[in-house]
Design a protein around this ligand. Structure first.
Ligand SMILES: C[S@@+](CC[C@H](N)C(=O)[O-])C[C@H]1O[C@@H](n2cnc3c(N)ncnc32)[C@H](O)[C@@H]1O
Length: 399
C-alpha cells in the first residue's frame, strides 16, 4: 500500500484494534469547516459501546460530537485532503503525521513515541491502557494537545496514572453498570477527581462524582472544565471537609488534604459507611508535640528528623488501627516513587462489615496510642466521642 492517506487511515484502524490509539489531531481546515481551529478525536466508552469523540475547537468554544467508530472513521476519511490538510495520529507505539502540500499531494511522516522523562515506553503503554481518554488532563493543563506532559507537569501526570493503577484492583469489586458515588475531599484543581471519574466510566461503571474544595477559585475552574467536558455527573462544591454533608458516598478519596483534614475525611467516610476510603496523608503535624518514645525505643527518637518521620508513621498506623476497629481492612502502599514526592503513601481501606466500633480493636488502638504518649489523635477523638465517654481517656488510662 503506497497511498499515504490509505496508510494513515489504516494506521488509525490498527491502533483502535490493538488499543494503542491515544489521540488524533486534525487541523488546517478549509471550506465548510474553515472556522474550526482543530478537531481532537479520542475514544470514549458510551453506554452504547466505544465511540469516536470529536471535539471541534472554535476560537471561543469547543463542540463535542460522538460517532460510532466506523462512522467516525468515514468522517475522517472524507475530510483528509479536502476539508482538512493536516492530521497527527498519536499512539503508544509512535506518531504519524499526514500533511498535504500546496497542490494537495499527501506526505506521511512517522516518528517514535515521545516518552515521558523517567518512564519507559512499556510503562507509557500500561498507563494508556488504564486511562484512555485524557481530555480532562489536557483541559487541566497537565498534557498538551499531543498528549505530552507539559513542562513541570510530568510528576503530576505520573501521580495521576499511578493513583489509577493503585485503585484499579480494588475497584474490580464493583459491578458493571453500577452507580458509584465518589467524593474527593480537598480535591484542589481536580486532577485525581477527573481521572478517577473517567477511569470508572471507561470501565463500565456509572460514577457520580463530587469534589470538595475550600478554595472558591479552584471550584470554579474545575466546574468550568466539567462543563467543557459536557459531563453532568461530575461537580465541584466549595466547602470544608468537616462541614459538608454528602450522601451517599461509595468511594471517598482525600489526597494530600493537609494534617488532620485527612482524619476529617476518613471520619466522614466511616460515617457514610463508604465501601472504600483512600487517603494519601501529608503534613502529619498533629502528633508531633505529643509523641514520646516508648520505653526502650529512645534511640529512634533522638533527633528531630527521626521524630518527624516517626510522627508520620505513628499517625498513619493509628489511622489504620481506628479504621480496622470500625470495620475496615487496611493497606498502606506507595503509589509514586519517593524521587517524585515524599508524600507518596496511600492508605487504602475497604469495608468488611457494617462500620461500628469493635471493643477489642478500639482497646488495641488506644493502647498503642498511649504507648507513644498520645492523648488525642483527631480520628480517634471524632470516633470515640460517639461511644462511651470512658473510651475517651488520656495517656496511660485503661478502658
Ligand atoms: C495539597 S492540595 C491536594 C489537592 C488534590 N487532592 C491533589 O492531590 O491533587 C490540598 C487541597 O485540599 C484543600 N483543603 C485542605 N483542607 C481542606 C478542608 N478542610 N476543606 C476543604 N478543602 C481543604 C486545599 O485548599 C488544597 O486545594
Amino acid at each position: 500500500m503506497t497511498d499515504p492517506v490509505e496508510q494513515f487511515i489504516s494506521a488509525i484502524r490498527d491502533s483502535i484494534d490493538d488499543q494503542t490509539f491515544q489521540k488524533l489531531t486534525l487541523g488546517k481546515f478549509q471550506n465548510e469547516l474553515a472556522s474550526v481551529q482543530h478537531v481532537y478525536v479520542r475514544i470514549v466508552d458510551l453506554k452504547t459501546g466505544p465511540h469516536l469523540s470529536f471535539v471541534y475547537r472554535y476560537p471561543n468554544q469547543d463542540v463535542t460530537k460522538n460517532s460510532p467508530i466506523p462512522e467516525g472513521i468515514n468522517i475522517i476519511t472524507g475530510w483528509l485532503g479536502s476539508t482538512c490538510r493536516s492530521a497527527t495520529l498519536l499512539t503508544s507505539k509512535g506518531r504519524q503525521q499526514l500533511l498535504f502540500g500546496r497542490r494537495g499531494q499527501p506526505r506521511l511522516f512517522t516518528q517514535d513515541s515521545p516518552s515521558i522523562p523517567g518512564t519507559s515506553r512499556a510503562h507509557d503503554r500500561e498507563k494508556t491502557r488504564l486511562l484512555r481518554d485524557e481530555r480532562a488532563l489536557e483541559l487541566l493543563g497537565v498534557i498538551d494537545s499531543e498528549g505530552r506532559p507539559r513542562a513541570q507537569m510530568g510528576d503530576k501526570y505520573r501521580q495521576v496514572h499511578h493513583f489509577i493503577e493503585a485503585l484499579a484492583p480494588i475497584l474490580k469489586g464493583a459491578s458493571q453498570g453500577e452507580t458509584l458515588h465518589i467524593v474527593d475531599m480537598g480535591c484542589g484543581k481536580g486532577y485525581l477527581t477527573f481521572a478517577l471519574h473517567q477511569f470508572l466510566r471507561e470501565n463500565g461503571k456509572n460514577p457520580v462524582t463530587t469534589g470538595v474544595e475550600k478554595r472558591d477559585s479552584l471550584v470554579e475552574s474545575a466546574n468550568a472544565i466539567a462543563g467543557q467536558l459536557g459531563d453532568n455527573n461530575i461537580r465541584f462544591i466549595q466547602g470544608e471537609i468537616n462541614d459538608v454533608e454528602i450522601k451517599p458516598i461509595d468511594i471517598l478519596i482525600a489526597l494530600h488534604a493537609c494534617d488532620t483534614a485527612t482524619d476529617d475525611a476518613i471520619y466522614q467516610g466511616i460515617q457514610e459507611e463508604c465501601r472504600w476510603i483512600v487517603v494519601s496523608p501529608c503534613c502529619q503535624h498533629e502528633l508531633r508535640p505529643q509523641l514520646t518514645a516508648p520505653a526502650g525505643f529512645e534511640p529512634l527518637f533522638r533527633h528531630g528528623i527521626q521524630v518527624d518521620r516517626m510522627t508520620e508513621i505513628v499517625t498513619d498506623a493509628l489511622r489504620c488501627l481506628y479504621l480496622e476497629a470500625w470495620g475496615y481492612q487496611t493497606r498502606i502502599q506507595e503509589f509514586v516513587g519517593t524521587e517524585h514526592t515524599a508524600k507518596n503513601l496511600l492508605v487504602v481501606a475497604s469495608r468488611t462489615r457494617k462500620p461500628g466500633p469493635s471493643e477489642d480493636l478500639v482497646e488495641r488502638a488506644l493502647e498503642f496510642q498511649h504507648r507513644f504518649g498520645i492523648q488525642n489523635q483527631r480520628l480517634q477523638t471524632l470516633l470515640t466521642a460517639e461511644i462511651s465517654p470512658q473510651r475517651h481517656r488520656g495517656h496511660g488510662e485503661r478502658i
